[in-house]
Design a protein around this ligand. Structure first.
Ligand code: HPA
Length: 274
């Protein structure tokens, strides 16, 4: 079967488990940030393994379930845990969950991730203004299905400027000003070398991570608006004199978790006014 039919099946499978709910905002929650899904009200939970064609995540710290619930009266659908390129999936498979949310009716996708800071310190939350795609695969490679999107999608405003403005305004309002920068998406799973980080800095990247870029491309392909927020969990390789570890990444993400919840709550509230 083609992707379009698979998407219809996945969305129908979810819809049969969540009744009449029509989520408008989708959330893809990264390393250590997945607990936000637990704050959604009147939640209906669907295990990834129960959704037709859904790829299942294998990384510790990434639960595999979809939580549909409301926030300030707005219906949201949160992917708690995502699959990564380094797990062995190709880019087309990787973006299937994001595409499914949009097929369900989601118009705005909020994508979060953990990232190594090139220009920003650990504990910073960074609004992604743009990205640099360094993945060796592309989610739109292959035959294009015009029912899903155009062959050559524009990426000039891949991260919606209005949503970025909302995020910054909320950051100021809750007294936690947000940073801004370009996210470099790399395949992983090894962290970068110090030389690669110097290269990325020269290229104009503010942070480096192993996710997000494929989903953002797919969301733009389908006409959804994207807000990307990176939690800077560590100084990028070579910038601190310390080795990098997954433990440091999850520890920092956990430390900013309550701020992150407040931020997302307020952002979603403001998005409701759009
Ligand atoms: N590099 C790539 N991905 C990451 C990092 C990093 O330093 N930290 C968290 N995810």
């Amino acid at each position: 079967m083609n992707t379009y039919d698979n998407l219809q099946e996945a969305a129908a499978g979810i819809q049969s488990k969540i009744g009449q709910r029509k989520p408008k905002i989708g959330l893809i929650l990264g390393s250590g940030l997945g607990a936000y899904a637990d704050t959604l009200e009147d939640a209906a939970i669907v295990e990834y393994s129960d959704i037709p064609h859904f790829p299942v995540s294998t990384v510790s710290g990434h639960a595999g379930r979809l939580v549909v619930g409301s926030k300030n009266g707005i219906e949201c659908a949160a992917l708690q845990g995502r699959v990564h390129f380094y797990e062995g999936h190709d880019a087309r498979t990787l973006v299937f969950p994001a595409r499914t949310l949009i097929t369900l009716g989601v118009e705005i996708l909020i994508i979060t991730n953990a990232a190594g800071g090139i220009h920003h310190d650990p504990g910073t939350l960074m609004v992604i203004s743009d990205h640099i795609n360094l993945f060796p695969d592309h989610p739109l490679r292959g035959v294009n299905d015009e029912r899903i999107g155009v062959r050559f999608p524009d990426m000039t405003t891949a991260y919606d400027p209005e949503l970025q403005k909302i995020a910054h305004a909320v950051g100021k309002r809750i007294d936690f000003p947000l940073a801004e920068g370009v996210y470099a998406g790399l395949p992983g799973p090894s962290y970068e070398t110090p030389a690669e980080i110097r290269m990325l800095r020269t290229m104009g990247a503010s942070a480096a991570g192993m996710s997000t870029v494929p989903e953002v491309i797919a969301a733009n392909h389908m006409g959804a608006k994207v807000l990307g927020i990176s939690c800077i969990t560590n100084k990028a390789a070579g910038l601190s004199g310390q080795p990098l570890s997954h433990e440091e990444v999850t520890e920092t993400a956990t430390a900013v978790h309550s701020t992150f919840i407040k931020l997302l709550d307020e952002i979603i509230k403001d998005m409701a006014k759009l």
